[in-house]
Structures are given as C-alpha cells and as structure tokens.
Design a protein around this ligand. Structure first.
Ligand SMILES: Cc1ncc(COP(=O)(O)O)c(C=O)c1O
Length: 446
C-alpha cells in the first residue's frame, strides 16, 4: 500500500501535530502479537500496548471470535429501560475483580466518560444524602482524566487546560505533584520515600481554604500515567484515604492505565492496598479492541442513591445519567473474552514478572546516557526522563519518539519522558530491542 492509496485531508488527528504528521505519516494497516505492519510493509514493535490498551497483545483470537459471535447474536440493544445479557455478565466479572465493596458498574465507552461519570456520581451521591453543598473537586497537578470538561477540570496538565478558561468547572483545586526530581530521579520497583509529607498541603491549605465540608471528591491516578509514569510516595494513597474518610470526602481512583494488570495485580488499588469509593477503568478492559469504559462504585454509594428514592414512584429514575452505548453488547462480549483470557494465561502475573525485566533493562541500558535525568519503573511500565531543551519543551522526547519509530519501535513521548509500557505478552528479546533502540535514539539526539 502506498500513501497515495488514501486521502489524508479529512482526518483531524487527535493529540498529534497534524502539520508535521503529513510530512512523515505513521500509518498502521495490520497488527499481530507484539507488532504492527505499516502501510509500506514495515514491522513496528508495539512498546506501549497501543496507548496502554492492547495488554494481551494484538489479534487475539478468543477476543476476535467472541466479538464475531456477539455480532451474529445480538448486535446492539438500547441501554435505557432495558439491558442485555453480556452487560450483566461483564459487570459481574469486573465487580468480582474489583476490591472491597466496589460492586456496582456504570458502563460508558472511554476513560474521559468514566471521569465525568464519576464526578457526577459524587455530586449526585452527596445530594442524595442531603449534602448538596459538597461540590468542590480536588485533582492533582499533572493528573490526566481525559478530555471532557469534568475530567479536564480536575486534570492538571496545563496544555490540555489552557484554551478553556472559565469553561472549566469553577470549584476545583489541585494538590501538588508527587515527584521529587532530585531525590527520586531513579526508582526501580520501589515506592519513593519522602522526608516531607506532601499531603500536609491538602490538610493545611486546600481543605481549610474550601472548607472540607464542601468537598465532594478527590480524584487521582494511583500512578500518574499520562504525565509520564510518576510514582506516589510510600504511604501516600493510604494517607489520602484516611484524610478523605475523616472529612466525608469520596476518593476516586482513575485506573484507566493502572487497572487490569499493569501493576502485576488486578488494580492499582490492590497494589497499594487502598480501596477507593469509585474506580474508573477503560482501555485494557477490552484489550482496546472495542471502546469501553466504566466506573465501579461502592455499594454504599449505590445504596444511598436508591435509598434517596425510597418514597419516589416506581417509574422514578434514581440517577439521570447514561450513554447510548453504556454496556454495548459487543463491547461487553469483548470484555468478557479479554478478562477470561487474562485469567487463563495468567497475564497479570506475567506483567509483574516482565516488569522487573523491563525495569532492569531500562536502568542498566539508559542510565548515564546524554541528557537522561531520571528513570522510573514500576509494574510493566517505565519512563526515562530527558533534560528539556531550553525554549523547546517536549522536543527532545518527540525527536526520540520519531527516531525510534523509524527504527521499528513505537514508544510514547509524554512531556520530557519516553514511556515504555508493552503488552503483557512481551518477551525479554522485545524488551532488549526496545531499550537498545531508545538508547541509540537518545545518543543520536544528544
Ligand atoms: C488515567 C486516565 N484517565 C482517563 C483517560 C482518558 O481516556 P480516553 O482517552 O479513553 O477518554 C486516560 C487516557 O489515557 C487516562 O490515562
């Protein structure tokens, strides 16, 4: 296939420099296992699970077959005032994997929708309990919760927010970022230990400023993924849970990246031993093959919403929220097949084991190379942080990404970081190849 085979004038690419893309397009036409095929027949190693999605590897037959079968059985059915068998089954499987009393699944189709859904649940829950004044949300600097207005507002990535001014939610604050670039530049499969308590800022500044009684929820990614795999300090999430409990604030974990095995266990919540009130998921739940997202809510939240409607007429809807594609039968069939495959192939355990291999390779292969100022690895993911080029933020990581692509490895530029988060089926030889290609690119752009 040549580039002339398709017209590139009409597809406005997301989160992509469209002008330069046209000069040097990257077009995939097929994928299998760990590799893509490009339009010109080149093989490219998928070093990022296609943006943290394809965790079981590409072109997995059990998932493909389940989708085909579902298409021939029940292609779609309305999600409102009715449902479908696949949605109940998928919800049951997800609830059984989620920790604690996280048992009620609200489906949607993406991580952005999951973020906005969870924020809406928080407001509706507090209102149902007679605390409708709780409408402040707390996110964290450099957090990413998608691109809806809610998720963007609690998100803390400046470039994503800067064009939207007062259209962002008004009552939002952000905790400080969790990275110490001096003491924790190099971290391998351990939790950074801080001398200071960075949650004192939440307790001593943010909560009093808004008055804790007005705060609806705190939302964080257990590990900050999109910003570039930044790890929470030891004890941070446990303490955050305690602070939220003390003040009646809901805790939302955005596990769109950390969920479904990336940390070697079901969820980041399991890894850190902290149960949130809501857990957002997307991406890996269907191996990325069909869009799906969702929020797993605690029984407590669900029960409060039902209780508030106790005296209401039978036809009264308890939560005015949902998407046309909530619990889409084909997406749910894909999720059921994916979650089954994870179990059958023990892929989460494998992610944990290969995570150590990846971390070892990153630290031994890249530390000391020109402009490398940090390497962080945990679970099956790692980031190498590059010194910023003065006046050109992000350029070095972008250049390295492009060079890696031309050398047959897809990596992820995230700010000044190069991130690697391969599918759980990755082999050591793939990891060695990725790290060697990144190392060469780093040297080339020194
Ligand atoms: C933590 C987190 N939340 C939300 C999202 C948004 O997901 P989506 O792009 O499916 O809307 C992402 C995407 O990377 C994410 O990493």
């Amino acid at each position: 296939m040549t580039l002339q085979s398709f017209n590139m004038d009409h597809h406005w690419l997301p989160f992509t420099p469209n002008r330069s893309f046209k000069q040097d397009p990257r077009v995939f036409v097929a994928a299998d296992g760990m590799h893509f095929t490009t339009h010109d027949g080149k093989k490219v190693l998928d070093g990022i699970s296609s943006l943290w999605c394809v965790t079981a590897g590409h072109n997995r037959k059990p998932i493909n077959e389940a989708i085909k079968k579902q298409l021939d059985t029940l292609d779609y059915a309305t999600a409102f005032q009715a449902s479908n068998d696949q949605a109940f089954k998928a919800a049951e499987m997800i609830a059984s994997m989620a920790p604690g009393d996280l048992n009620k699944v609200l489906f949607c189709s993406s991580g952005s929708e999951a973020a906005d859904t969870s924020l809406k649940v928080a407001l509706a829950y507090h209102r149902a309990r007679g605390e409708g004044h709780r409408n402040v949300f707390i996110g964290r600097e450099r957090g990413y919760h998608g691109v809806g207005f809610g998720g963007m507002s609690v998100g803390g990535i400046p470039a994503n927010r800067k064009a939207y001014g007062t259209a962002l939610l008004p009552r939002v604050d952000h905790m400080r970022f969790i990275h110490d670039p001096v003491n924790h530049a190099y971290i391998h499969n351990q939790e950074p230990v801080w001398q200071e308590d960075i949650l004192l800022e939440l307790e001593n500044r943010i909560l009093p400023l808004h008055d804790a009684s007005n705060i609806a929820a705190v939302i964080v990614e257990p590990v900050a993924g999109s910003a570039g795999w930044y790890l929470p300090p030891q004890g941070y999430l446990k303490r955050l849970r305690e602070i939220c409990d003390k003040h009646g604030i809901l805790l939302i974990f955005d596990e769109v990246i950390t969920g479904f095995g990336r940390m070697g266990v079901n969820f980041g919540a399991d890894y850190y031993g902290v149960v949130p009130d809501m857990l957002n998921f997307a991406k890996g739940v269907t191996n990325g093959v069909i869009p799906m997202g969702g929020v797993v809510c605690s029984d407590r939240i669900y029960n409060a919403m039902m209780k508030a409607n106790e005296g209401a007429p039978e036809h009264a809807i308890e939560f005015f929220h949902g998407y046309t594609y909530s619990g889409h039968p084909v997406a749910c069939a894909a999720a059921i097949a994916t979650l089954t495959l994870f179990k059958e192939e023990k892929l989460f355990e494998r992610a944990g084991q290969m995570g150590t291999v990846l971390g070892d390779a990153l630290h031994s292969g890249l530390k000391g190379l020109p402009n490398v100022i940090g390497i962080r690895s945990l679970g099956l993911a790692g980031a190498v942080e590059m010194a910023s080029i003065p006046g050109s933020p992000g350029k070095r990581a972008y250049d390295i990404f492009m060079t890696c692509f031309h050398n047959g490895v897809l990596v992820r530029p995230a700010g000044e970081n190069i991130v690697l988060c391969p599918p759980f089926i990755v082999e050591k030889e793939h990891i060695d190849r990725m790290v060697n290609v990144v190392a060469d690119a780093i040297r080339q752009h020194a």
